[in-house]
Design a protein around this ligand. Sequence first.
Ligand SMILES: *[C@@H]1O[C@H](CO)[C@@H](O)[C@H](O)[C@H]1NC(C)=O
Ligand SMILES: *[C@@H]1O[C@H](CO)[C@@H](O)[C@H](O)[C@H]1NC(C)=O
Ligand SMILES: *[C@@H]1O[C@H](CO)[C@@H](O)[C@H](O)[C@H]1NC(C)=O
Ligand SMILES: *[C@@H]1O[C@H](CO)[C@@H](O)[C@H](O)[C@H]1NC(C)=O
Ligand SMILES: *[C@@H]1O[C@H](CO)[C@@H](O)[C@H](O)[C@H]1NC(C)=O
Ligand SMILES: *[C@@H]1O[C@H](CO)[C@@H](O)[C@H](O)[C@H]1NC(C)=O
Ligand SMILES: *[C@@H]1O[C@H](CO)[C@@H](O)[C@H](O)[C@H]1NC(C)=O
Length: 631
Amino acid sequence: MNLPQPLSLLLLLLLSLLSSSQVSPTLLQDKLALLDFSNHLPHLHYLNWNDSSPVCSHWTGITCNADGSRVISLRLPGVGFHGPIPANTLGRLSALQILSLRSNGITGPFPSDLFNLTELSFLYLQFNRFTGPLPFDFSVWKNLTVVNLSNNGFNGTIPGSLSKLTQLQGLNLANNSVSGEIPDLYLPNLQQINLSFNKLTGIVPKWLLKFPSSVFRGNKVVFGNYASPPSDASNYYPKPGNFGKLSETAVLGIVAGCCVLGLIGFAFLVVVCCLRRREEEDVLFSGKLEKGKMSPERVISRNQDANNRLFFFEGCSYAFDLEDLLRASAEVLGKGTFGTAFKAILEDANTVVVKRLKEVSAGKREFEQQMEVVGSIKHANVSELRAYYYSKDEKLLVYDYFTRGSVAAMLHGKRGEERIPLDWDTRLRISIGAARGIARIHAENNGKLVHGNVKSSNIFLNSQNYGCVSDHGLATIMSSLGPPIARAAGYRAPEVTDTRKSSQSSDVYSFGVLLLELLTGKSPVYSNGADEVIHLVRWVHSVVREEWTAEVFDVELLKYTNIEEEMVELLQIALACVTRMPEQRPKMPDVVKMIENVRQSEYEKTQSSEAKSENSTTPQYFSGLESSTPL
Ligand SMILES: *[C@@H]1O[C@H](CO)[C@@H](O)[C@H](O)[C@H]1NC(C)=O
Ligand SMILES: *[C@@H]1O[C@H](CO)[C@@H](O)[C@H](O)[C@H]1NC(C)=O
Ligand SMILES: *[C@@H]1O[C@H](CO)[C@@H](O)[C@H](O)[C@H]1NC(C)=O
Ligand SMILES: *[C@@H]1O[C@H](CO)[C@@H](O)[C@H](O)[C@H]1NC(C)=O
Ligand SMILES: *[C@@H]1O[C@H](CO)[C@@H](O)[C@H](O)[C@H]1NC(C)=O
Ligand SMILES: *[C@@H]1O[C@H](CO)[C@@H](O)[C@H](O)[C@H]1NC(C)=O
Ligand SMILES: *[C@@H]1O[C@H](CO)[C@@H](O)[C@H](O)[C@H]1NC(C)=O
């Protein structure tokens, strides 16, 4: 997500806090009701009501109240709804004030669910195919201001309960099959009415004579012998045309009012949170702020507190503190498996990536120990952790920023448009670099450190254009993420059911998937357009089994000559990595050698064919694979 204007990191952190972790329970109820509604009412047009996106800000047609706890307006005109309103759905949106489902193809009787919406003020159901009688008891909607049921198939009579609607300003029943006489009710605020093209009979009550006679057209009504003739009546009252505008402005006013209220409410929340955070910061930073007037005892306790500061690793050339970081202008880069990444531009024009971890399960001590291990790795193919911050409610990691973005973006971004295809040499360099980086990580902590989250969106290009891995060593300190985390699913080795139980051999598997991604240009999990989810590993296996190996390679690679052998070799390495049994997968240092050999072996082959078989560094499982898998 690119925000139009850079916001401060602090604000972004607050925003993500507000939007992600604090969904009110009432909103959740409303959300479930809405999903039940849309899932049970067929519609022709796509509705972006995604379970995982925020209801109030992202769902089409939805407006929430100021504090985001209730849905107050649902407007879905012309989305091609057809069929009757499913029962027990809309009725649960008990805070709903505006409902517009006009211009759809909704059938069935007047939805009984609406009787539960006691706050309803605006109801627009015109241009549908409702049938059956008009609702008998209008008195449940005390706040009803505009009712438009025109252009449907309603029949029955106009209910006398309408007289209870003291707020009613507009009533449109035009072009239905409403019969009987027009009841003599008094609606003090009524400014517009249209009863034309129905089956009404009898005498038009006197109180309605302020409206032009055209609103009764297409009925069998007669005008009685009143004191003043109806033809003059229209001159005494506002022209009907004006009302349309009036009502529109009224609605707009209400909507604008809601928006303003929403904004004010939100601004208030932000200020409150900022204040809270300020207080925390003051606690954190008062050591610095008040150095001059501190007593020695306080300095000591400050020093202990100083553990809460941004901790920089050795050799880091950045000079900023948490305050600078929070003040920096920031932009959301993306939501990852373990949290949200922000791009923060500091005042000195340095750009860093700040990763905000969610659901860290490790305690402070464990977290620090792990960060020490991760931060101590200095390697050309491992993205350096520059600093971290740990407090009770906030865990931040600071990394370098890579201007070219991740391999995922290079590989999958802007497909089909004017994009610079990732050439074969670069793909090989990404593979070699990433393999070396992961091998280096595996050597750390007495050879026990696990990356835990190898995927193309965590691989970048270093200054020599070789792959450089990031996000390593976090899996073990995070709360367990079950299998359904879709994004990481395509990379996850079959034996891993809990992200915290990642191992070096599951890293090898994930790396194999990355290689397949580089070879095929396809995402690890993708849809084939027919709502079918394809797993890249399975797909490659099936294609290779059918001996259509050439089919797997990315079309973007077809234009390079003389790379077929290299591609096939890399494919073999990838398939060795994604072997089902963890113990049969190669170790990362071996994978590095194999990939380095992809280029070398080309060279050797041309030199001498004997040398190859003798000097072969290819481990045995590799040759085993050759015989079992037709390529
Ligand atoms: C819902 O949103 C998620 C993440 O934004 C996306 O991956 C998923 O495809 C979306 N689902 C639908 C049905 O659009
Ligand atoms: C509507 O209200 C009635 C009684 O007040 C209740 O029994 C029913 O469950 C409610 N329906 C919904 C959908 O909330
Ligand atoms: C209203 O229409 C329904 C069918 O749509 C019909 O069964 C019913 O008899 C009609 N009522 C009146 C009063 O015409
Ligand atoms: C509905 O009317 C009641 C009083 O009749 C009022 O207190 C309430 O605020 C109104 N609700 C809306 C949404 O206007
Ligand atoms: C009802 O709908 C019709 C058709 O869309 C529109 O012309 C009319 O202004 C609406 N009436 C009210 C009271 O909103
Ligand atoms: C009344 O509705 C029917 C369809 O239900 C439409 O064909 C007709 O044009 C409408 N008449 C008026 C006057 O709006
Ligand atoms: C009343 O409704 C009819 C039928 O939809 C329409 O032709 C007419 O323009 C409407 N009149 C007013 C005053 O809105």
